[in-house]
Ligand binder design. Structure first.
Ligand SMILES: NC(=O)c1ccc[n+]([C@@H]2O[C@H](COP(=O)([O-])OP(=O)(O)OC[C@H]3O[C@@H](n4cnc5c(N)ncnc54)[C@H](O)[C@@H]3O)[C@@H](O)[C@H]2O)c1
Length: 336
């Protein structure tokens, strides 16, 4: 057991101590997973200590970046710290199966690269890259970036991890001088394990920014793919219609969920069937994405691929959101 990790010194919360809690220049450099990377960035600030933001902070720290992780409340920060700790323990155990001291050293070193806090202005004052991974709401994302524009260095790059919002809409509130320094960095869940990053080139993203974001993804050990600012980018544009089509097949009574899953696993070689995937992704998330497409993209609406499904709507209304709520298309209540 990594018992010492649970008593790691907590980075003090608070406004002043936020940046100063661990001056970068005087601390010994922790061990890193990859040796000095070719990242174009040194200081990375991540907004949102939820599922994605904490993962992005973690992989950034693991690849030798100095990281600030920001959320609204100390409670949200504590949750993010717990996510990171749990993931680091898992990786450490795999990396050093025989040596508990090495596991602890590894995890502590990575963890010590992340400063946590609730003061956005301080967190971006010398950032090279800001990655936003807050709730999927365009107004909240816009308001964060317009505030940050006045306090972050002028050369800092702003990136959003949005799954479903147009990058151009998020950054539309910024002055032209900053717009070239913006783009999309779409990570996948769980961030520490999923290899892909979609690097999204919005209509204002400069070639230099796009190149830096791509190099950053590589420095994190990820495989970047390049994508235009289109609905769902690459993965979700293909995956969401596929999952919706599976639901429609079930609604029509063509086959059972279990048989559709088995068919796609054994007949198409997919690692998960569409209903297993729906439950894993979260039914609310899929509904949110398709609703957004219906509202924002007339051509998708006309095609019918994002049309609402009564079965999906009913499950979400009943709180059956998938694995995270204990039930979705399948029941997970007996598994724990
Ligand atoms: N969950 C996924 O599988 C997934 C995959 C790829 C991309 N995304 C995208 O990543 C983003 C975050 O998703 P998530 O699943 O991590 O959400 P989450 O709900 O787990 O976390 C969001 C966090 O943002 C924080 N937050 C809200 N407003 C904030 C603000 N003004 N400043 C700082 N923090 C703020 C919340 O307190 C919360 O901790 C969304 O845009 C989502 O579309 C999610």
């Amino acid at each position: 057991m990594l018992s010492r990790l649970s008593i790691l010194p907590r980075v003090p919360f608070g406004r002043i101590s936020y940046i100063n809690s661990r001056p970068y220049s005087t601390e010994p450099q922790p061990e890193v997973v990859k040796q000095k990377n070719d990242s174009p960035f040194e200081k990375v600030t991540v907004f949102g200590a939820g599922l994605m933001g904490s993962g992005i902070a973690q992989v950034s720290a693991m690849s030798n970046h100095q990281v600030q992780l920001v959320d609204l409340t100390d409670e949200a920060i504590s949750k993010g710290q717990a996510y990171i700790m749990k993931s680091l323990k898992r990786i450490a155990k795999k990396k050093y199966p025989e040596s508990q001291p090495d596991q602890i050293k590894f995890a502590e070193n990575i963890y010590s690269r992340i400063d946590f806090g609730t003061n956005p202005e301080l967190a971006v004052s010398n950032a090279d890259l800001v990655v936003e991974a807050v709730v999927e709401n365009v107004e909240i994302k816009r308001s964060i970036f317009s505030k940050l524009d006045t306090v972050a260095p002028s050369q800092a790059i702003f990136a959003s991890n949005t799954s479903s919002l147009p990058i151009g809409d998020i950054f539309s509130v910024l002055p032209d001088a900053r717009k070239g320094n913006t783009g999309g960095l779409h990570f996948f869940n769980p961030v520490s394990q999923m290899k892909l990053v979609e690097v999204v080139k919005g209509s204002t993203t400069s070639d230099e920014t796009f190149d830096k974001l791509t190099r950053f993804a590589i420095a994190l050990g990820k495989t970047p793919v390049s994508c235009k600012d289109t609905p769902g980018f690459i993965v979700n544009r293909l995956l969401v219609p596929y999952m919706m089509e599976a639901i429609r097949m079930l609604e029509r009574g063509d086959a059972s969920a279990r048989d559709i899953d088995t068919a796609m696993k054994l007949g198409a070689g997919y690692p998960m069937g569409p209903f297993e995937l729906l439950d894993y992704v979260g039914l609310d998330t899929v509904k949110f994405i398709t609703n957004g497409w219906e509202e924002t993209y007339p051509e998708l609406k006309a095609s019918g691929i994002s049309a609402p499904s009564k079965m999906l709507d009913d499950l979400v209304s009943a709180g059956k959101l998938g694995v995270k709520s204990g039930a979705g298309f399948y029941d997970y209540s007996k598994k724990n």
